[in-house]
Design a binder for this molecule. Structure first.
Ligand code: IMP
Ligand code: MG
Length: 238
């Protein structure tokens, strides 16, 4: 929806005399400029996450364009089918949230969480399920939505578990792929971007649970994770 259209909708809503007072107030408030500083409204803290980024690999506009494209492909492929998107927490939630707004057919979403042991910038291949799906997938068309495929161990394990539940079909859409790092073969239907062998952050991807809120994909400065040895033996949620 273009900004003019949404402004029109807000204007229409404001004219509706049936609107509860609180709804009217929030609609009016969202028309104010965002930065309302002053007494009681301190400016938001500036967290210098960008300073840890060595380079922007994929900028926001390029990401959004590709995600929209993938949404159209998925809508075409699954038209008329009972589609459920499975997001692997937590890295893929930002991708999923943007992707589903470009999917124009009815579908459901569900979540799984896995963990792997090992150094925090490398996957060891030992995977454990922390959270399982809420609903059965038997006979349904399943699309696993991933943030990044690195060695492929996490996804390969997950696909085996899901396949055993007899879905009508099982495919993968990943935002990022590091083909140079692959240790197990995986059939990936849609890849947003193949990237070089660098540790990346942003748009859902983390290092030590941070940087997920960056709107672009960036390369983390090596000195940031070279100091992170203390994390090595911890169990890391992906
Ligand atoms: P794999 O099992 O080696 O394929 O690792 C997959 C998981 O490791 C992803 O879902 C990510 O959570 C994490 N991962 C791998 N590479 C990166 C990266 O460059 N940045 C952030 N997380 C990564
Ligand atoms: Mg992670």
């Amino acid at each position: 929806m273009d900004p003019q259209q949404s402004a029109r909708i807000a204007a229409l809503a404001l004219e509706d005399t049936e609107l509860p007072e609180e709804t009217r107030r929030s609609l009016e408030e969202c028309r104010q400029p965002i930065a309302v500083h002053g007494r009681g409204h301190p400016p938001p803290p500036r967290i210098p996450l960008d300073e840890d980024v060595a380079a922007v690999l994929i900028d926001e506009e390029t990401l959004q364009r590709r995600v929209a494209q993938l949404g159209r492909y998925i809508s075409t492929k699954y038209a008329g089918k009972d589609l459920v998107l499975i997001s692997v927490l937590k890295g893929s939630v930002v991708f999923l949230a943007d992707l589903i707004r470009h999917i124009t057919i009815p579908h459901e979403i569900d979540f799984m969480a896995t963990s792997s042991y090992g150094a925090s910038t490398e996957s060891s291949g030992v995977v454990r399920i922390l959270k399982d799906l809420n609903k059965p997938i038997q006979g349904r068309h399943v699309l696993v939505v991933e943030d990044i495929i690195d060695s492929g161990h996490t996804l390969s394990y997950l696909l085996r578990i899901l396949a055993a539940r007899k879905p009508a079909s099982l495919s993968v859409a990943t935002l990022l792929d590091k083909p140079a790092r692959r240790e197990v073969d995986i059939d990936v239907e849609w890849t947003g971007f193949a990237i070089p062998n660098e540790f990346v952050i942003g748009y859902g991807l983390d290092y030590a649970e941070r940087y997920r809120n960056l709107p672009y994909i960036g390369v983390l400065k090596p000195e940031v994770y070279q100091g992170g040895e203390a994390q090595e033996e911890e169990e890391e949620e992906t």
